[in-house]
Ligand binder design. Structure first.
Ligand code: HEM
Length: 322
């Protein structure tokens, strides 16, 4: 009886794995450009490495841009489109104004177009660039499926679906859940905040000096709150790094959360909430697990509402629909 159960369980597991694989194989594949544009990956990697050698803070910019692309209209390069006189695009939404790295995508695209015009989508270039940025910063190495098409819609109003910095753990679990992610995947993806910084406009409501309606957010370490307050005295665009190694992909972010050093409410809540605290502790202690789960969650994020065939196009210029 026990062995029968074991066999049934194994068959179910095999089916889950095969089903996941077929789903992905139908839509995208690892070697999508192997024949039509064999140097695409290398061109992107070189463009990213060149830019990051000059300014390592762009690793954060590229990673965040891919996330903001995927969460709005799927991973279809919609975040890269410029506004026109008839349309205010996603990138001009307040939630996207601090996105950085558009020029790196443009450079890679121009070089790829020179070799194989009309083949490689901007959405794929952005996905590859984010992956390469993570590796450059010392994070995990992982392959991503390719074959996304570029979308034709980019509207400011759609960015309402990006998570705001004041969300608590339950809000975040719900919002990510709506896109098919588990709480664990939400926490590990938030680990992207191991790179980069936030501007005061995103967190000053936690500090009593800038919001007289309440005391300092009690989940903040008092010393850290004083430091954030000093940073914000320089104005709304002054930046506070998410952790003490802003250009290194490591576990410092999760360690900071354990010390009351989360910059955003949406960061600190991951540790204060019993629903997610265990995951923060686990990732803080175990870099290998963080890297493995992060890679898997990024690949999954890269599948969000991917456009195939006529549902999209391969843009000639990432900033304009064809
Ligand atoms: C969990 C919900 C999330 C919220 C509420 C959130 C919110 C924010 C906010 C408010 C900033 C700072 C923006 C500024 O002040 O200029 C930021 C920065 C950043 N976010 Fe998130 N984020 C979330 C998840 C993610 C995910 C899933 C990723 C990537 C997979 C990501 C990657 C980044 C990066 C790398 C930065 C730093 C950007 C830079 O320094 O240029 N975030 N995020």
């Amino acid at each position: 009886m026990a062995s029968f159960r074991l066999i049934t369980l194994s068959l179910v597991l095999i089916e889950v794995v095969v089903h996941r694989y077929t789903l992905s194989a139908d839509a995208l594949s690892m070697d999508y450009y192997a024949m039509a544009c064999p140097f695409a990956e290398i061109i992107v990697r070189n463009a990213v490495n060149r830019a990051l050698r000059n300014d390592p803070t762009f690793s954060a910019g590229l990673l965040r841009m891919h996330f903001h692309d995927c969460f709005i209209q799927g991973c279809d390069g919609s975040v890269l489109i410029d506004s026109t006189k008839d349309n205010v695009a996603e990138k001009d939404s307040p939630a996207n104004l601090s996105l950085r790295g558009y020029e790196i995508i443009d450079q890679a695209k121009q070089q790829i177009e020179a070799q194989c015009p009309g083949v490689v989508s901007c959405a794929d270039i952005l996905a590859m660039a984010a992956r390469d940025a993570v590796l450059w910063a010392g994070g995990p190495i992982y392959d991503i499926p390719k074959g996304r098409k570029d979308g034709r819609r980019s509207r400011i109003e759609d960015t309402i679906n990006l998570p705001p910095p004041f969300f608590n753990s339950s809000n975040l679990i719900r919002m990510f859940g709506q896109r098919g992610f588990t709480a664990q995947e939400m926490v590990v993806l938030s680990g992207a905040h191991t790179l980069g910084a936030a501007r005061c406009g995103s967190f000053k409501n936690r500090l009593s000096k800038f919001d007289a309606t309440h005391d300092v957010d009690p989940s903040l370490d008092p010393g850290f709150a004083r430091m954030l307050t000093r940073t914000c005295s320089a104005g709304d665009t002054a930046e506070a790094p998410f952790d003490w190694t802003r250009n290194s992909f490591d576990t410092a972010y999760f360690n900071a959360l354990q010390m009351g050093g989360g910059v955003l409410i949406s960061d600190q809540t991951l540790f204060t909430s019993p629903q997610t605290r265990g995951l923060v502790v686990a990732y803080a202690m175990n870099e290998a697990r963080f890297f493995f789960d992060f890679s898997q969650a990024m690949v999954k994020m890269g599948f969000l509402d991917v456009k195939e065939g006529d549902a999209g196009e391969v843009r000639r210029d990432c900033r304009r629909v064809n």
